[in-house]
Design a protein around this ligand. Structure first.
Ligand code: NDP
Ligand code: A1CAB
Length: 263
């Protein structure tokens, strides 16, 4: 199976890294918007092709990884050569209806929302297929197997894609912000920054594994950390007083609103 990327930016590069880790022999065709993608492709041994149309015609699965605003141009370039290929779109906020209208209603399309941890095969990915893809069980399995190489997959209703995008697609940025703020506090108290980042990151990994394997809620697990009269409850209440939970929900509100405004 040949995979063709249209766009070679952050998301494409993260997916390509994950796909090649899972299968070093995977053939990847690619084209982008400028010489940047060509330079990236050449540095990573990918098959750079001179047009989006060639990527589409020479690939079995086409991954649309350009920005949403590039869709009309890209669609006009590739539409004529779409026959048996399956298209995976990772365009944030772009619905299957818009993709169908741009690419043709008979084209098999999967709308996917990945996140950057796919680059270490630890992504969180939403997907939903259009009607033509639903009518092709073998192609559906092909797409879902490809996505599973990149991380945990969730079949999500389109109405839930915006909140999924905020909680999984965008949240690596929010979590990085949290890690950095904690590490800054570590620096304030004398730790070297890299050591502080390592300590916070390991603690976050351990906490995430604990939440995944526990029957207790995150609130209950937090209560277990806060010893009566101890230091944790002092810090926890100060974080609440300074608005951390509200700031997070407001951040998610803004993320969802922006995603919903795309199409
Ligand atoms: N970043 C993320 O974490 C996530 C991103 N997404 C989605 O992934 C998509 C890409 O986002 P991201 O990688 O962050 O953005 P980038 O800006 O990093 O990448 C955009 C890519 O589009 C390419 N491009 C521009 N014009 C064209 C064109 N006419 N034909 C083909 N390619 C073109 C650019 O090529 P060049 O560099 O050569 O100019 C660039 O490689 C977006 O739709 C976004 O919503 C979804 C989930 C998470
Ligand atoms: O910022 C964005 O628009 C994309 C969608 C989810 C993550 N990145």
């Amino acid at each position: 199976m040949k995979i063709g990327f249209i766009g070679g930016g952050q998301m494409a590069q993260a997916m390509i890294s994950g796909l090649l880790s899972a299968n070093p022999d995977q053939v990847i065709n690619i084209h982008g918007g400028s010489a940047r993608t060509q330079t990236y492709a050449q540095a990573h041994g990918l098959n750079y092709l001179p047009t989006n149309q060639q990527v589409a015609s020479e690939s079995d699965v086409i991954i649309l990884a350009c920005l949403p605003q590039h869709l009309p141009t890209v669609a006009s370039e590739i539409k004529a050569v779409l026959t048996k290929q399956v298209v995976i779109s990772v365009l944030g906020g772009v619905s299957l209806a818009t993709l169908n209208a741009a690419l043709g209603t008979t084209v098999a399309i999967s709308r996917v929302l990945p996140n950057t941890p796919v680059n270490v095969n630890a992504g969180t990915l939403a997907y939903i297929h259009n009607a033509p893809l639903m009518a092709q069980p073998a192609s559906q399995t092909q797409v879902e197997d490809l996505l599973k190489q990149l991380g945990a997959t969730y079949l999500v209703a389109e109405t839930q894609f915006s909140i999924f995008s905020a909680l999984a697609g965008s949240s690596p940025a929010f979590i990085d912000l949290f890690i950095d703020a904690m590490a800054q506090a570590g620096v304030k108290y004398g730790l070297p920054k890299d050591q502080a980042v390592a300590i916070v990151t390991q603690t976050m990994l351990g906490t995430a594994l604990q939440v995944q394997s526990s029957t207790q809620t995150p609130r209950e697990l937090a209560a277990a950390v806060a010893s009566p009269g101890g230091s944790t409850i002092a810090g926890f209440l100060a974080m609440e007083e300074y608005g951390l939970p509200t700031a997070i929900v407001k951040g998610i509100d803004a993320t969802v609103a922006k995603d919903q405004a795309v199409d």
